[in-house]
Design a binder for this molecule. Sequence first.
Ligand code: KG4
Ligand code: ZN
Length: 333
Amino acid sequence: MPVILAIESSCDETSAAVIRHGQVRSNVVANQTVHVQYGGVVPELASRAHQQHIVPVVSQALAQAQTAKTELDAIAFTRGPGLLGSLLVGGSFAKALALGLAKPLIEVHHMHAHVLAHFIEEPQPQFPFICLTVSGGHTQLVLVRAPLDMTIIGQTQDDAVGEAFDKAAKILGLPYPGGPLIDQHAQTGNPEAFSFPEVQTPGLNFSFSGIKTAFLYFVQDKTRQNPDFVTEHLSDICASMQHTLVKILLGKLRRAARELKINEVAIAGGVSANRGLRQALRDLANREGWRVHVPAFQYCTDNAAMIAMAAHYKYLAGEFVGQDISPEPRLAF
Ligand code: KG4
Ligand code: ZN
């Protein structure tokens, strides 16, 4: 069983993890605070911050796992999808380390890894299962037949649900990334206080651009009537918007599970940290008779432990890549 160092740098978190015999031994994540003042991730600044973080983050991951570089059997990295400048830092570092140590190299798809985060801890899902992967850049329903055999059965036709959370927060004047803040304010709000029109989409696909626009017009309209509307009703607005987004997500998840007759269901990705989504999923699972899987918070948002888990399976399958590999911002699923 292999010892692998994995590196994640697809967006604005620099992370490194060590996995030994399928057990994650360390998972170090450096967040980038530089983007807050710009209200979103600035690619050039993300790339620069990755360059500053990568050496200390990798050193810390190895130290925490009490692993010497020479003990490693392979080096893994996120090849895509993500920001090119960010991917280049982790990818180049991994390639250089693999070359220097004469170890094999493993490329990992960031969205596969979000799904495989479910195998870091017990209880693990049984195959086949459906995973709803919800992040800042993606919203996907994935049919997972085996660790390295998964297919997208539904996805967003426009914006990701994480973007809808972040955009709603921005409209409300909350700092970036606003998803966790919507979650926090929603805790004390009434989810039925306001309603927003949902766009009907065919089959198992999603659409979030319409609701984003509807939310903007709603806030503008109410603020015209009462300039203090947002401050007076913040928790109700957050709870109502979150409720609507969660309803759209779970509606499609339920449809997928019924159509495929699968009752093993999971959620993954940054938005799966959302407490409203977690609670509503548990309630729905009780009604539908599903076994449901939700990763620990630290494995929902971007982290290298999930990259390490994916790399573990690829190592066992003998899936290695050469030094000619390059990052792929739009890597196909
Ligand atoms: O998976 P992730 O860390 O990065 C991407 O690969 O995109 O997901 C980040 C997204 C952001 O949109 C962030 O606002 C959202 O996940 N997010 C949340 C929560 N925690 C993170 N959205 C709603 N509620 C949360 N608690
Ligand atoms: Zn992600």
